[in-house]
Design a protein around this ligand. Sequence first.
Ligand SMILES: Cc1cc2nc3c(=O)[nH]c(=O)nc-3n(C[C@H](O)[C@H](O)[C@H](O)COP(=O)(O)OP(=O)(O)OC[C@H]3O[C@@H](n4cnc5c(N)ncnc54)[C@H](O)[C@@H]3O)c2cc1C
Length: 638
Amino acid sequence: MQFHLNGFKKGDPDVAEPAEALAPSDRLPSEVDVLIIGCGPAGLTLAAQLSAFEDIRTCIVDQKTGPLQLGQADGVACRSVEMFHAFGFSERLLREAYWVNETAFWKPDETSRKNIVRSGRIQDVEDGLSEFPHVILNQARLHEFYLDIMRKSPRRLEPHYGRRFVDLQIDPNASDYPVTLTFERVDDGHEGEIETVKARYAVGCDGARSGVRRSVGRELRGDSANQAWGVMDVLAVTDFPDIRLKSVIQSDSEGSIIIIPREGGYLVRIYMELDKLSTTERVADRKITVDYLIAAAQRILHPYSLDVKEVAWWSVYEIGQRLADKFDDVPAGEVANRQPRVFIAGDACHTHSPKAGQGMNVSMQDAFNLGWKLAHVLRGWSGPQLLHTYSEERQAIAKILIDFDREWAAMLSAPLKSATNPNGVEPAEVQRYFVQSGRYTAGTATVYSPSVLTGRGTHQQLARGLEIGTRLHSAPVIRLVDAKPTHLGHTIKADGRWRLFAFADPQDPVDPSSRIQKLCDFLADGLGSPVRRHTLGGLDIDAVIDVRAVFQQSHRDLAVERMPKFLLPNKGRLGLVDYEKMYCPDLKSGSDIYEMRGIDRQNGCIIIVRPDQYVAHVLPLDAHEELAAFFDGVLKAA
Ligand SMILES: Cc1cc2nc3c(=O)[nH]c(=O)nc-3n(C[C@H](O)[C@H](O)[C@H](O)COP(=O)(O)OP(=O)(O)OC[C@H]3O[C@@H](n4cnc5c(N)ncnc54)[C@H](O)[C@@H]3O)c2cc1C
């Protein structure tokens, strides 16, 4: 990590300089730039992202009287860990979490169908899909990591708890703060007090029963009835051998369970699919008890025993696979002449079964997609039409993920093939589908369609392994200046900046006629340089577009002092040199990023990466005009 840029600073480098003297207040502020409703994974991802910007006033509220303590989701996909790395807390997460390395499958024993036997055991995530594992950690701990980022941010952001969203109004004629939101206090001693806040933008991250969604006239469509689920986190003694492996267990006639080992080495989560509810029924009406769930798990695990010593948390909840048609307040027919002011994210716009572990992960990715866009518009870097891309991109992705979730959930619920049920599903088929769907569950299957933010694949052959529209698939590199083995993708922080990675061709980069030198000259001084054009005077040269280069030579064969000056920029109050812009392949370990990501060695290329880590474009090294045109489509001239 880099720090001391603006002078030596004592203490914890994760704690940012405070933006201004912020008087802590128990009251909601009267005016804010962004008001977030809901402190779940979606709301906290968005708040943590926005808290990075000292000039943006964000407020986040929740009807709960304090942070989540227990329960709810726990599966963290590889893609989410990649994002957490950009936020700076992946190491803490990985230390605490359970790592899902392998998954076991169990089915009825053919010789005695009331017993279960292991039918397979597979690697959970395919090799090389991500540098990070699929892990399991309590949702409450994830919330705590985000809250920590917010507390240490320039605005020292803390949620306001005990506020129930009541209503919102949008005034189309108000230019400054068009959204007025009303909250009712539900915390001790303040019950019933009403507060109003004016906001430039509001984001409903208020879960499946979202009031914000209702206020903007959107509704979830999909399943007509909910599926009931039982879930319990238990400390138990058992002779079931795969209790520390994620296990999908299908019994002959007692139903199925999913075992998810949890952090800490002892705790285990057991998911159980219960009945489909009728359209008017609530799961609470069934009066299901934890003893009922334990007894059902014991029957499914037969002939193994399960002696539950302690139940840490349990819940019976209902969920259907549903999706909102749009994730903002602008009706489809008015997109051309109206800008969005209110958004919904997470479970407020899509709900999934817990079988594929999508809910929390997709919700966080919604918020990560929206956060930088709101910041760009509020800071005047982009026009408000950029905000339409949030619903366009995320609604399309949510639809694909819900379709996948539906198929996967149906397969797990279907009766298994047997002598009495010849048309049932083969256990091997379940296993095959699990492997095939690995990219969805890992969160890496997202591909954004061509748009103002996502270029066409005209030059995709220059970087075959960095597909336009997908998240940047990182690879190991060596930092030129200090020979540090690192990962190229880890240079991306959740700071709202664009990245431009220039992969050099084989020519000596110090040769003035080399394409990498010419690109640096253009970016540094060219008339059409997007870096110059979109960066306000007075800001560091990489404040909006952070340019980094990767060379083919070994790091020992390049002389730092002769490299292009543009890649050694002077920055900050003291004009210190940023030495961390140049990288080489990790030849010692044999991990050559050019090979691994299919970069054309002869020609090199430019990779443009969005602030949320997605590949926006692949261009030739000398496509200066196309490069400038891409950024002109997204960013305003400074
Ligand atoms: C009880 C429960 C159990 C779950 N169990 C599992 C599970 O076992 N496995 C799994 O994969 N997923 C589970 N989920 C789903 C998973 O937690 C969600 O997919 C994920 O949390 C979605 O994140 P989110 O931020 O969109 O919404 P949520 O996490 O639901 O957060 C919404 C937040 O908004 C707040 N809020 C709601 N209405 C208002 C209002 N009017 N005013 C102010 N604040 C409001 C809520 O208090 C909440 O903090 C569960 C969800 C619930 C509610």
